[in-house]
Design a protein around this ligand. Structure first.
Ligand SMILES: CSCC[C@H](NC=O)C(=O)N[C@@H](C)C(=O)N[C@@H](CO)C(=O)O
Length: 662
């Protein structure tokens, strides 16, 4: 067996997006892998069949990678699957009849349909999609002659958010709700307006009689400024005016109707002047203006998704808890009962965050099943135990030697608060030897790390580093107060939490105290640059990946600038309180920087735009601090294509090796 190596990225696979059929006896899932020729992710759609106890009977490939299937959903009788694929680079809705396995295109779509929802009788499908509008043009230009090769047209905008990370430059238009008839492909646009009329990526629900559609939207013209706002709406499926069910400032979204159609469970919460709006589970009657009660009050954890139990007396909620994803049955009186569903896991792959994919129907849970030594497989559980498992990496993992993963808990030097973390050891770890230590810090900052495999940490460990990763305050899964403990102070005591973990681990005899390294991406890049400013003598070298370096710049040029301003910098504007912005910005510590620092950022990162990386690189070089900047052409915030993840990982290893005291 060999240790993890860079090319393994093109040999492994990962399960995502499991969907349980209405009868609870079949599971659709996506098998993602990375093609070394095209250097792109590819998705196959698979179908697993279960027996009455949830054991695996067989599985088959339904849609090959060439179709790029996504968003698959079963028809109510379970005989057909609707999904969105791509034909000649254009989005296409397909219906696949399971009886013959043939995927037939349905209608023509100009933009990608999202959140497919079958009507109860299986005759129609609702979806959200963008309707493009004419782009702005500068008047007076002469006509372009036939075949002329002019410079590309300018991008002209009057929007606050004119580019979105990952999606690219925003094309003018608005998201609308549609219904398509499955037999005739007749398509009806149910909403209209110049601004988004639906949160196209959010759940769409048919009323039980098939007459109306329930969905979320923030319809104000100031939507770009109101990231934490969404209301519930009901519109007749045959066309007509939409009725607004909720209007409170805050998020009411991901609405699920109770089996009798009389109640709505939704996820969200009121808007508040704090850093993190923890998504909670709410219950209301399905009528306009009905008051809502918070069902998840006793849980104090972020709710990721919710499904009604068949008897309508409880809601099954998926939530983050101390680095992992769990399931709770929440009664309509708010009583919380844990449901045993083992090892639900993350599908981020690049880094070990929790989350993952999951589905439920008729007592069957299907989920991305996490491992510490390989990417997620498929898990199926019934009655509190795992009944089926598909490991899409069994062959590959059998030839690999992975390092041990250990959970640690330390007390923060700031106030004694518990900080959870993990240590990943090199595959051939020998406690009698000395090892360099990498502290890797997650971003978000309201996200988490958990006990999962990731290609980044697998590579660091395989190259002989002990990897420390923790959940400092600001992380999710430890209660709302913990996630909000950075309100008005980011960075602040989260830095102390991280340093407490480093100091504790550095006491272990196998850690080479001369070779402590610090890295992190995005929000983790903030804390990396903050770390080398606050503790200039602690770390041998640093690697800040796609960092925020200057909160004023971030507010002005990021696609989440409005969130930064309203929630992360206490509602103060950079022009009103520039000192507050400066004091929280890593660049304010530039005078203290002396640690050799690597910067890695995508040139198409619109979340933490590369101007910030350039700012820090300039400061380091002007000060004479050793620095290297790695720019990834066309890569967005998520580091883009597989080879770009590898470049980012290997750049960090190369930099740390360069500076390691031998
Ligand atoms: C709409 S506010 C949420 C911001 C978002 N949070 C989720 O991750 C985000 O993109 N934050 C970045 C500044 C960030 O730190 N991203 C991390 C975690 O995803 C990263 O590693 O890229």
């Amino acid at each position: 067996a060999s240790a993890y190596e860079p090319a393994d990225l093109y040999r492994l696979a990962m399960v995502t997006d499991p969907v349980v059929a209405p009868d609870g006896r079949r599971v659709l899932y996506t098998r993602a892998s990375f093609d070394i020729s095209s250097d792109r992710r590819q998705n196959e759609l698979w179908l697993a069949t279960l027996d009455a106890e949830g054991r695996l009977l067989d599985q088959r490939l339904l849609v090959p990678a060439a179709t790029s299937a996504g968003g698959a959903v079963f028809s109510p009788d379970g005989s057909r699957i609707a999904f969105v694929g791509a034909v000649a680079g254009k989005p296409q809705l397909f219906i696949l009849a399971l009886a013959d396995g043939i995927a037939r295109p349905l209608g023509t779509q100009k933009t990608a349909p999202q959140s497919l929802a079958w009507s109860p009788d299986g005759s129609r499908i609702a979806f959200g999609a963008q309707v493009d509008a004419k782009p702005l043009e500068i008047g007076g230009m002469p006509a372009k002659p036939e075949g002329a090769t002019w410079a590309p047209a300018p991008r002209i905008t009057e929007e606050l958010v004119y580019r979105r990370d990952g999606a690219g430059w925003v094309t003018p238009g608005a998201a609308q709700l549609f219904v398509i008839e499955v037999a005739t492909a007749k398509t009806t646009q149910l909403t209209s307006g110049d601004t988004d009329q639906i949160n196209a990526g959010d759940r769409i629900e048919w009323t039980r009689d098939g007459r109306s559609l329930l969905f979320s939207a923030y319809r104000g013209a100031d939507a770009d400024l109101r990231a934490n706002d969404a209301d519930l709406w009901l519109v007749p499926a045959a066309g007509g005016a939409a009725t607004q069910l909720t209007s409170a400032p805050g998020i009411e979204a991901s609405a699920a109707l109770s089996p009798d159609g009389r109640r709505i469970a939704y996820i969200g919460g009121p808007d508040a002047p704090k850093f993190y709006a923890m998504p909670e589970l709410w219950l209301m009657d399905a009528k306009p203006g009905a008051g809502a009660v918070k069902l998840s009050a006793a849980l104090d954890r972020p709710i990721l998704a919710a499904e009604w139990a068949e008897d309508g007396r409880s809601v099954l909620a998926f939530y983050n808890d101390e680095g992992v994803t769990r399931v709770a049955r929440i009664g309509l009186d708010g009583r919380v009962q844990r449901v045993e569903v083992p090892r639900i896991g993350g599908t981020r792959l690049y880094l070990p965050s929790s989350g993952g994919g999951f589905g439920y129907a008729r007592g069957t849970f299907a989920y991305t099943s996490a491992f510490t030594d390989r990417p997620a497989g498929l898990g199926v559980a019934r009655g509190g135990r795992q009944t089926a498992a598909i490991d899409v990496n069994a062959g590959w993992a059998a030839g690999k030697r992975a390092g041990r993963l250990e959970e640690i808990n330390v007390k923060s030097r700031a106030d004694g608060r518990r900080v959870q973390g993990w240590l990943l050891y090199p595959p051939d770890f020998d406690p009698a030897k000395k090892y360099p230590l990498i502290l890797d810090i997650h971003g978000g900052p309201n996200t988490d790390y958990g006990p999962f495999f990731s290609v980044t940490h697998a590579l660091y460990a395989a190259r002989g580093f002990v990897v420390l990763f923790t959940n400092p305050r600001g992380s999710i899964g430890y209660g709302e107060a913990f996630a909000n403990a950075i309100t008005g102070a980011y960075p602040g005591q989260d830095h102390d939490d991280l340093m407490s973990a480093v100091d504790e681990v550095a006491k272990r005899p196998f850690v080479d105290g001369r070779n402590l390294f610090i890295t992190g991406g995005s929000g983790g890049g903030v804390l990396t640059l903050w770390g080398i400013g606050k503790e200039p003598d602690k770390f041998r070298a640093a690697a800040a990946l796609r960092p925020v370096t200057d909160w004023a710049l971030q507010t002005y040029i990021s696609d989440i600038g409005a969130v930064t301003w309203k929630y992360w910098l206490d509602g103060k504007a950079p022009w009103d309180d520039p000192v507050h912005y400066y004091n929280r910005s890593p660049v304010s510590l530039a005078a203290k920087w002396k640690t050799p620092t690597l910067l890695v950022t995508g040139e198409s990162d619109f979340r933490t735009p590369i101007a910030q990386t350039e700012q820090v690189y300039g400061a380091l070089k002007l000060r004479g601090v050793p620095a290297r900047m790695v720019r990834l052409p066309e890569a967005p915030h998520g580091m883009g294509r597989p080879s770009q993840w590898l470049q980012s990982n290997l750049a960090v290893i190369d930099w740390f090796e360069k500076w390691r005291v031998k």
